[in-house]
Design a protein around this ligand. Structure first.
Ligand code: ATP
Length: 274
């Protein structure tokens, strides 16, 4: 059959156009980022600088992609860490790492001659879970250091720092983190709907030759409940099936097999963790 081919390579820099679906999250994020872009006007009006944005939603829905696109959109330096990296046995290590990452973000921005930096912290609940008095001291120190760093952010520094954090479970976060002046912007990142799924599939098909009979619209319909990460897997697995059959194009059967495989993998994950 004829081959439909997209551009041969995904773009080197991630932008909002490279994220499928999530229209509302993107809109809300761009609106919030305006605070970084329009910093002079914001300062003139005496509006307090935006310091933290919290992205909430299930795994694999594109929270990391959104943070990266935010950096691109605002021409900011980008530094990323995962909350679980800060959880250490020794007192003071986690707090020291928080200090380092803020320093690193400012240094990188200066080196890249940018006037803003975005720090992305995935799994923020690992450091910012509710304090009930039973946790160890280390954990408290790490969270306290993060709060101190955030409180120390000024609107008029040569490098403006913005923290974007992600969590699957917003309800577990300590109230100290979500107070005004900290993570006071919350953006929900949901599982994609059918339209969103088709968009995501299209993006991940950009570098793959599809047989003419393939209908991504139909694939989107058949992948109800799949996350963006799972849809990426579907496209990748389909390409692997095509390769095994020495086919130069991805055919509908390859996609059907890939959907089954990803669905099966998901079920096995659930069974082994529950
Ligand atoms: P986690 O909570 O598990 O860290 P996440 O929400 O940060 O997940 P990402 O790391 O952004 O998810 O997504 C994982 C991968 O899944 C991406 O690298 C991308 O390939 C794919 N993906 C997820 N969502 C989308 C989307 N909306 N558009 C395009 N690709 C997506």
């Amino acid at each position: 059959g004829a081959v439909r081919k997209g551009p041969s390579r995904p773009p080197a820099y991630l932008t909002f156009e490279d994220i499928g679906g999530q229209e509302q999250a993107k809109r809300e994020l761009v609106e919030a980022l305006d605070f970084l872009v329009q910093r002079e006007r914001i300062a003139k009006l005496g509006i307090r600088p935006l310091k933290g944005i919290l992205l909430t939603g299930p795994p694999g829905t594109g929270k990391t992609l959104l943070a990266k696109a935010a950096a691109k959109h605002t021409n900011s330096a980008f530094v990323a860490a995962s909350g679980s990296e800060f959880v250490e046995m020794y007192v003071g290590v986690g707090a020291g790492r928080i200090r380092d990452i803020f320093r690193q973000a400012r240094t990188l921005a200066a080196k890249q001659k940018r006037d803003s930096a975005i720090i992305f912290i995935d799994e923020i609940d690992a450091i910012g879970g509710k304090r009930d008095g039973s946790q160890n001291k280390e954990y408290d120190q790490t969270l306290n250091q993060l709060l101190t760093e955030m409180d120390g952010i000024q609107g008029d520094e040569s490098v403006r720092v913005l923290i974007i954090a992600a969590t699957n479970r917003k309800e577990l976060l300590d109230n100290a983190l979500t107070r005004p002046g900290r993570f006071d912007r919350h953006i929900q990142v949901d599982m994609p709907d059918r339209h969103g799924r088709e968009h995501i599939l299209r993006l991940h098909a950009r570098n793959k030759p599809l047989a003419e009979e393939v209908s991504l619209d139909k694939v989107a319909e058949e992948t109800f409940g799949f996350s963006g990460a799972q849809l990426e897997s579907v496209m990748n697995e389909a390409a692997i099936y095509a390769m095994r059959e020495e086919s130069e194009v991805l055919r509908p059967a390859h996609l059907a097999q890939a959907i089954d495989k990803v669905m099966m993998g998901e079920r096995m994950d659930r069974e082994t963790t529950s």
